[in-house]
Write a protein that binds this ligand. Structure first.
Ligand SMILES: Nc1ncnc2c1ncn2[C@@H]1O[C@H](COP(=O)(O)OP(=O)(O)OP(=O)(O)O)[C@@H](O)[C@H]1O
Length: 660
């Protein structure tokens, strides 16, 4: 297969080809993996997995389905034997009306067999139709559970993310596997009955049957392989095209799309990328036509040979005319069964390939799942301590955190500051148990983070991050989801709303707590960025106050969208959440918000470079904190500050992070 062409749009927007794997050897490997033999080898396992899923979903439905299919096979065999009886009667002795009379019972029996077969086919279709959505649900839940339970690190790993995307196709394929399995079973049974009848008539006709169907089998299998490899290779391209489509329709991009005239530009790029994908579809269609033509030619040749053999056997007197007539019917029905069996097996094979990806993902996700065991965490911790903690993101060469040691005492307000990319958010991920340090230890009280049940760690952490979620749910749910299993009262919810100074939003909720937020659905009330941030604060408050064991509250840039007065007030309220059994960790670029913290830690390029109170740090003439503080203070007063030391690279506040 030649390497696909890269459209200019792809080059311009994404910097090159977006394909399943840029290493072509990897792609070749997947091609080799789908050879006929390996596909056939893995099929029983995957069919077994589908049957097990169906069994779990609806046992009685599966049993009825099996009986209906076997019944159809028996009815088909009976039908062929009846044809034989009819042939013998029609080609037997006596005049035409006598021969017809003799054939009548067999004709009636044939009609009955056909009716039974149709009834069983209907039963099978209805049961399969009921099983399909159930199996799809099981596969979807398996997929979503696996995705929700993996470590954050896995989600951020591009390789794993890709596997996750590919595995999505397996969900639909699991559903289609049911009908593919039923059709294949049906094909096997029909074939066995036709072959059985043929071998009773003349066993020499059996290999002929195989000869007719073999080329079609080969053709169908090849087409499936090519389609699968193509789909895998182009998955990233499809994702990127969808991404562009979404950008054109999403509300968040709507303003720039219009004012900056990005719409027509992106649309043109979309069309260019779609044209590249269409060229692949054209290539596939041509290949399919060629393969099918060759297969049909070979199969036709085999059919001609078979009929010639039957003709030869009749003229040589080795076969009676009645047997030959039945044999022709049996060959026709057998080769049709074999042909459709091959098609069904081929579809089964294709679906199985996607189901295999789904399985690979579920197994891979289990290996990267959050650890499920561990000690329970003590109720009282006293402090959380980091000792020489280092962390490097899997796809990065440099550590995001390097030998960071610090102590968080319950009751304290700790601030973490530093320029963009200095490691603040990464430190918060380590503190909240979202990522495990590469080196060093994190102790919750006397317990090592790695020994404790992760669920217990998460239960003790409340976070409000810069990219907090705007849940498109009711107002009540937006607060309750901070601790969904807790029985929240309306008073409690209102208390959290008040804490975040969001109670004045109440009048924007037309149906009170049941008001839908976030413009996703009709009638939903939308909020401004700052209002959403207050809802986020209220949710964090809810989570915080519903935990009486020692806990950590992490707030990462909690006020970026708040107006100046609200911001000052918000910092005060966040600080007030520190209690004898809670430590508040505040990450912010707004220096005015950190000066009241008990301890301020300054990060620089992943290292902890300064720690102390505001006064201590301001007393260091060349201190980084002092430089950052004075730089912002100068902006704040809008007057040149003689004492202002130029901030280190990257510390200059960005426009949305400047003090007001
Ligand atoms: N998911 C990730 N995968 C790979 N590298 C990452 C990831 N997240 C952060 N990094 C890198 O780790 C370093 C520290 O990033 P981090 O987000 O912790 O900085 P930060 O101090 O919070 O920055 P900011 O003030 O801009 O929010 C940066 O070099 C960043 O590029």
């Amino acid at each position: 297969m030649t390497e696909p062409t890269v459209s200019a749009a792809e080059e311009e927007l994404f910097g090159g080809a977006l394909r399943y794997d840029t290493a072509w050897s990897e792609h070749e490997r997947s091609r080799v993996e789908v050879t006929l033999l390996s596909a056939l080898r893995s099929m029983p396992r995957l069919v077994g997995a589908t049957v097990r899923r169906a069994w779990r979903a609806d046992r009685s439905g599966l049993v009825v389905l099996g009986i209906a299919e076997i019944g159809q096979g028996i009815a088909a065999a009976a039908g062929l034997l009846i044809v034989n009886a009819v042939m013998h009667a029609l080609l037997g002795s006596g005049n035409a009306s006598e021969r017809l009379h003799q054939a009548l019972p067999a004709i009636v029996a044939g009609a009955c067999a056909a009716v039974v077969r149709s009834l069983l086919a209907g039963l099978s279709t209805s049961r399969a139709g009921r099983l399909e959505p159930l199996v799809e649900r099981i596969a979807t839940v398996q997929y979503l559970t696996a995705a929700a339970e993996v470590e954050l690190e896995a989600i951020e790993d591009p390789q794993f993310k890709r596997l996750m995307d590919v595995a999505q196709f397996g969900v639909d394929a699991s559903r289609r596997m049911i009908s593919a399995c039923v059709a294949a079973l049906n094909g096997v049974i029909s074939l066995v009955s036709a072959a059985g009848v043929l071998s009773v008539l003349d066993v020499r006709l059996l290999p002929m049957l195989l000869l007719i169907a073999a080329p079609r089998g080969w053709g169908a299998m090849r087409v499936a392989q090519e389609r699968y490899v193509s789909r895998l290779t182009w998955v990233e391209h499809v994702r990127a095209s969808r991404l562009i489509g979404n950008l054109l329709t999403e509300r968040t991009a709507a303003q720039e799309v219009r004012v900056h005239q990005v719409g027509p530009y992106l649309l043109a790029k979309y069309e260019e990328m779609a044209a590249t994908a269409e060229s692949e579809q054209r290539r596939l269609a041509t290949r399919k036509a060629m393969i099918e033509l060759v297969a049909a030619g070979l199969s036709g040749l085999a059919t001609a040979l078979t009929y010639a053999a039957v003709y030869g056997m009749i003229t040589a007197g080795w076969m009676s005319l009645a047997v030959a007539g039945t044999a022709v019917v049996a060959i026709r029905s057998g080769s049709a069964s074999l042909g459709s069996l091959v098609m069904n097996l081929n579809q089964l094979n294709e679906e199985a390939l996607y189901v295999r990806d789904h399985e690979t993902f579920v197994t891979g996700a289990a290996l990267r799942a959050l650890p499920s065991g561990g000690e329970p965490l003590a109720h009282r911790l006293g402090a959380v301590e980091l000792e020489k903690v280092s962390y490097r993101y899997p796809d990065r060469d440099h550590s995001a955190l390097h030998e960071v040691s610090l102590r968080l005492e319950m009751g304290q307000v700790i601030a973490v500051v530093g320029e963009n990319g200095s490691g603040k958010s990464t430190l918060m991920k380590v503190l909240s148990g979202l990522v495990s340090p590469e080196a060093g230890t994190v102790r919750f009280g006397l317990q090592d983070l790695s020994d404790v049940h992760r669920r217990d760690i998460f239960a003790r952490v409340a976070v409000l991050t810069q990219d907090f979620q705007r849940w498109p749910l009711t107002a009540a749910m937006n607060l309750r989801i901070g601790r969904p299993e807790h029985r929240h009262t309306e008073d409690g919810l209102m208390q959290s709303l008040r804490h975040a100074d969001a109670d004045r939003l109440w009048e924007k909720f037309p149906s009170g707590w049941q008001s839908l937020l976030g413009r996703m659905f009709r009638g939903a009330a939308d909020l401004s960025g700052g209002e959403w941030q207050r809802i986020g604060l209220a949710r964090t408050h809810r989570r915080t106050v519903t935990q009486d064991a020692d806990s950590i509250l992490i707030v990462d840039e909690p006020t970026s969208a708040l107006d100046p007065e609200t911001e000052i007030e918000a910092f005060r309220r966040v600080r007030a959440l520190a209690s004898p059994h809670r430590v508040v960790v505040l990450v912010t670029h707004r220096m005015s918000g950190v000066r009241h913290a008990d301890v301020i830690h300054v990060l620089h390029q992943g290292r902890l470079v300064e720690s102390g109170s505001h006064t201590t740090l301001m007393d260091r003439p060349d201190g980084r904190y002092r430089a950052m503080f004075l730089a912002q203070a100068a902006e704040y007063t809008n007057a040149p500050n003689d004492d202002c030391v130029p901030g280190p690279r990257g510390t200059a506040p960005s426009s949305h992070k400047q003090p007001q």
